[in-house]
Each structure stands twice: as structure tokens, then as C-alpha cells.
Design a protein around this ligand. Structure first.
Ligand code: FES
Ligand SMILES: [Fe+2]
Length: 384
């Protein structure tokens, strides 16, 4: 520890104590997953798309949020709107593509009902002969939208929870203040690389894995070379405001410890040569290093399937220069593959009788119990 390290003050539990995990069925039972879709994925703020992927008016993306497909688009005045991706005529899915661009309206491919980019029904075949169709009442159903850190967050609840008291507060609590993440200026960074991972594991196994580093010494040789303290098993997320220090002989956050790129403008001296991480349940994991930001968005698709989209973000000058990002990207790509292989190794065992009552959290994993309580409080006693 150096003089600049913040105090390590996270775990209230006695160090020798073992805490229980969730029982195995929480990771396999369709009834549990249905509850989570309804009460978590469709009820909380969900990080759906990157704002810059909606570059111009008419650009759209679709995202799976719980049981719904959500259509996110940029309107004529440059704002972001999000709708349930369902035509109000007879229910066809309006946009089947993951991404695209329209000129000024969204037209249903079934009977050609047409909506503007604010979701208003503007035209339909034979509209003049159908006085019963009230355009004002038949627009697309909107969902709540917020933009933060360069991403569009949506909430499908009628009355969404406070974004500040949930998402922003979680980040502030873990990093010791919101400015710790805002200094990286993620909304002004450019996408260097995006990799999607289709993982055969329950979304909670993925979140739990991201929260702890007990496994780092076993499965992440490249990461522990760059961040030697990770070999001790204490994740950056274990301590409030703590950034894991790069090893003395490490030049940058790259797969072989060679130099990365210049520090992002705004990142402070005390944040240099440090790695910070924060999980924002239910589905976001952010990593901060001096020259880039890595954002994971998880899309739980089934009890045993989670799609993960991971973005590597750099200063626009770095991306525009055509610099070789491969060593930089490869470090966390390897970490991701190692992590997801571990999650996939656990998933089949979740339905074993050996795991009926779950497993245990050792002291360096105790903060995962907070995540379990969060899930439990939201879904209540699941049926069955
Ligand atoms: S279902 Fe969309 S126009 Fe008929
Ligand atoms: Fe890991």
C-alpha cells in the first residue's frame, strides 16, 4: 500500500465467516428468471445502447430488455427516444434488425402503419377511410430514457426508480464519488473495439464473477501480471474508492504490460497507473484505466444464457490515428473469455443436488452477499 491509497474499509463481516450463496435453483429455474425479468430487468434502469451508435436522426437500435424488445432511436431534433418495439395495429415487431437507419419514419413491415421518430402514428393505408383510428392514441408506447456515461439507459416501469439514487449512487458508493468515473469523460470517448460474447450461464453468475477476484490468481495470469495485488484475491470492488496499482515494471494496461496510450484528458495524477472497476446491477460492469474505459452490457436472455456486449473506449485521437489497439484490447478480451469459461463451468452444476442449498462466500467475496440481498428483496420469494 502507498501513502496515496485510500483506506481499505469495505467488509463489515468478521473475516473468518462464511456466508451462504443463493440456492442452485436461482440460476436455473424459469420461474425465478421470469420474476427477475419482471421485477428487475423490466423494472430497473437498464443500460441498452451506446449513444454514439445513434449517430444521426433516424438511426435506431433494438435491445432485449427482460421479455421485451426495445427500440431506441434518435429523433429529428437530436434527442433519444425509446419505445416498445411493437406495432400498435396488430402487434408485429416493428424493427427486426439489431441496428439501422431510417429517413424520417418507422414503418411496420406488415400493413405499413407509419410512425415518426417520436413514436406518433402519422400514416396508415386507407387512413382517411378509418375515422376510428385516433392517431393520438395509437402511437408507439414509449419507455423512460436517460443518457449517462455515453450510454442510453431505459426503464420499462411506469414509475421508474430514481436514476440518481440507483445507478449514480451505486457508482458513487463503490468508487467513493461520482467524479471518479466522470473524469474519464466516457461520453466523449470513441469506440475502439466491440466484442460480443454469448455465454451459457445465468446472468447472476456473470455479475458475481465480476464482483470478486478470489479467482484472479487461478484463471487470470495476464491480469495478475499487470495488477500484482489481484493475485491476493482482493478485487478492486472490495474496497471503496480503491484503484488497483499497476506493477512497477508494467508500462500500460495491455496483454503483455507494454505501453498503452496517453492518459485520457481529465484523468487525475492519482488515478494514473490504476485500475478501477464498478458493477452496476443488474447488467453493467465498467472498468477504468488511464488510457481507456471498458463497458460491459449484459443482456440476460434465458436462465442459462447471457449475451454480453463489451466496448473498449479510447480518446478520439487514439482511434482516429489508426493506432494498433490489439494489445490493449487483448488483455480484457482474454480476461472476459477466462471469466465466461468459469461461469459456464458453474452453470451445469447449479442444477446438481450438490448445490441444492448453494455454496459459500469466503471473506474476500462477502460483498457478493449484498448483491444477493438486492436480488432477493426485488423478486421476493420466487414461486415453486
Ligand atoms: S401489424 Fe403493423 S401495420 Fe399491421
Ligand atoms: Fe475475472
Amino acid at each position: 500500500m502507498t501513502a496515496t491509497d485510500p483506506p481499505r474499509t469495505a467488509s463489515p463481516a468478521p473475516p473468518s465467516e462464511l456466508l451462504p450463496t443463493l440456492p442452485g435453483r436461482y440460476y436455473t429455474d424459469p420461474a425465478v428468471f421470469a420474476r427477475e425479468q419482471e421485477r428487475i430487468l423490466e423494472a430497473r434502469w437498464f443500460c441498452a445502447v451506446r449513444s454514439a451508435d445513434l449517430a444521426r436522426p433516424g438511426a435506431f437500435r433494438t435491445a432485449s430488455v427482460g421479455r421485451e424488445s426495445v427500440l431506441v432511436c434518435r429523433n429529428r431534433s437530436g434527442g433519444v427516444r425509446a419505445f416498445l418495439n411493437v406495432c400498435r395495429h396488430r402487434g408485429a415487431r416493428l424493427c427486426t434488425a439489431e441496428a439501422g437507419e431510417v429517413r424520417r419514419s418507422l414503418q411496420c413491415p406488415y400493413h405499413a402503419w407509419t410512425y415518426d421518430l417520436d413514436g406518433r402514428l402519422t400514416a396508415a393505408p386507407n387512413m382517411a377511410d378509418m375515422p376510428g383510428v385516433d392517431r393520438g392514441e395509437r402511437g408507439l408506447l414509449g419507455v423512460h430514457v436517460r443518457e449517462w456515461l455515453g450510454y442510453v439507459w431505459v426503464c420499462l416501469a411506469q414509475e421508474p426508480p430514481s436514476f440518481d439514487e440507483t445507478v449514480r449512487a451505486t457508482v458513487a458508493r463503490r468508487l467513493g464519488g461520482e467524479e471518479a468515473v466522470e473524469r474519464y469523460g466516457a461520453e466523449g470517448l470513441a469506440l475502439g473495439r466491440r466484442i460480443s460474447y454469448d455465454v451459457a450461464a445465468n446472468w447472476k453468475l456473470v455479475i458475481e464473477n465480476f464482483m470478486e477476484c478470489y479467482h484472479c490468481g487461478t484463471i487470470h495470469p495476464e491480469l495478475t501480471d499487470v495488477l500484482p495485488e489481484f493475485a491476493e484475491g482482493y478485487a478492486a470492488q472490495y474496497y471503496v474508492g480503491h484503484g488497483a496499482r499497476f506493477g512497477d515494471d508494467v508500462a500500460g494496461f495491455t496483454v503483455d504490460g507494454t505501453a498503452g496510450f496517453a492518459r485520457i484528458d481529465g484523468v487525475g495524477e492519482e488515478q494514473d497507473r490504476r485500475y478501477y472497476a464498478v458493477t452496476v446491477p443488474p447488467q453493467v460492469f465498467v472498468n477504468l484505466v488511464p488510457d481507456h474505459v471498458i463497458v460491459h452490457r449484459m443482456f440476460p436472455l434465458a436462465p442459462d444464457r447471457t449475451l454480453i456486449e463489451c466496448d473498449w473506449l479510447y480518446s478520439p485521437e487514439v482511434v482516429d490515428s489508426g493506432a494498433d489497439l490489439s494489445r490493449s484490447v487483448e488483455l480484457f478480451d482474454r480476461v472476459n473469455r477466462q471469466d465466461f469459461a468459469a461461469c459456464e463451468r458453474c452453470q451445469p452444476a447449479m442444477s446438481s443436488r450438490a448445490y441444492r442449498d448453494g455454496g459459500v462466500l469466503v471473506p474476500v467475496e462477502h460483498h457478493i452477499a449484498e448483491f444477493h440481498s438486492w436480488v432477493g428483496d426485488l423478486i421476493g420469494d420466487p414461486p415453486g
